[in-house]
Write a protein that binds this ligand. Sequence first.
Ligand code: S3P
Length: 432
Amino acid sequence: MPFNNRCSIKGTYHPPGDKSISHRILILAGQAIGRSQIFNLLEGEDVMNTLKAMKLLGVRILKKKNKYFVYGLPPGGLFQPDKLIDFGNSGTGIRLLSGLISSNNIEVKLVGDKSLSQRPMRRVTEHLSKIGANIKLKKKLFPPIKLKGTGNALPLTFNIVIPSAQIKSAIMLSALNTKGIVKIKEFKSTRDHTENMLKSMGYNIKVKEVSKYRFIEMRNNKELKTINYKVPGDPSSAAFFISAACLKPGSKLIVKNILYNKTRVGFIKTLKSMGGEIKIISKKKVNNELIADLKIEQKKRLNSTTLESIQVPLQVDEIPILSIAASFASGISVFKGLKELTVKESNRLLLIHENLKKIGVKSKIKNYDLYIYGDNNLKKGGAIIKHNDDHRILMSFFIANIICKKNNIIKDKSCVKTSYPRFFKHVSQFIN
Ligand code: S3P
C-alpha cells in the first residue's frame, strides 16, 4: 500500500520527456530537409499519434536504440495520405497538424477519440480558413476535420484572443509554407516552444513581448536546419511529484533536467506563494529552452493563495494538482478565470469541483473562478473518483490519496498512457 498518512516523497527523480516539445520536435524536424535526431522523446500515446501522423504525411521516422531519427521533407512537400489520420486523445496533435496541413496542397480527414470529438476546433480552423484552406467540421465545431489545404497560402496578420498555444502554433506551422510575412498578436502569453524551436533551427522569426501581449513575425526566407534535440523533462508531469513533496512532511525530492520555461512553471511560483520550498540547484539553456535541477523540501505547512486569470495560461495543465495542494493549505484559495479548463480533455473545472466534494473538501465555482476551502487536516477520502478518462484529473486525484485518511477508488487507470505511461511506476518509486 503506497499511501498512508505518514508517507513522504523522496529520491532523485527524472521526469519523462516534455509532451509539448515532443509533438513540436517531430513536426518541425519533419520540415527540415535532412536527418534530425531526437533523444528522450516522450513515448506517450498522444505523441506517438503525432509521430504516426507525420509518417502518414510522408516523413520517414526511425527509432534506433533510444534515439529517433527524422528525415524531413521541405515545407509544402507533405504527401497525400491514403487514409484518415487518428489523433486519439490529443488536442495538441490534431490542432498543430491542422495548421501544418492547411498550407499543403493535400486533402485529409482528421479524427479523434470520444473526448477529442467533443473539443472545439473552430478556434483554430477559423484562422486557417482565412489563408485559403477549405475546412469542414462536425456541427461546424468539432472533429472530424475535413481539410483541403492550399499550396498558395495568404500571408496575413492574426489576432489571437483565446489564450492558446495550440491556436498560435497551428498558425505558425501554416506559415512555414506561406510566402511573405506572417504576423501574430497574442493577447495573453502562452507557451512559446514553437517560437524557441524555430529560432534554434535557424528560421527567420522575431518575437517581442510588450506588457501582456506577444508579437510574432515570421519571414519565410530561410530553410529550417536539421537539429539534434534532447527533450527536457516535462514540468506538467513533474508537477504531481513536486506538489506532493510540498505537502508531505519529511519530503526531500531532487528533480533532474526539468524544462524551466517561464510559460510552463507558473505552478512552481504558485506553490512557492503558498510556502512551498522549491529551490533551483542548477540551470542551463539548451536550444533556447531553460532546463533546471530542483530541490524540494517540505519544511512547513502550506497556506492558501490567489491566482489571477493572466497567470492561468502559464499553469493551465497544473490547476487540477494545484487544487489538491490548495485543499491541504490553510485558508481559502481562489483560482480565477478558468474558462479554458472547461474545454480540455474533460470539463476539468467541473470534475475538480465534484471530486473535491467527494473526498471531503468544500469548493465553489463562481463565474469560472474556483474557490477552495482548505485546511491542514487529512480529508475523509474513500470516494469513487470520476475522471472521464482525463489523465490529469486521474493523476491529481490519485496523488490526493496522500492527503486522505482512506484511499480513493479509481477505476480504469489506462488513460495515464496519453501523457505519462510510467506514472504508477514513479509513484511506487518516490512515494513511500
Ligand atoms: C499545449 C497547449 C495547452 C495545453 C496542452 C498542450 C501545447 O493547450 O493545455 O496540454 O502543447 O501547445 P491550449 O494551448 O489550447 O491552452
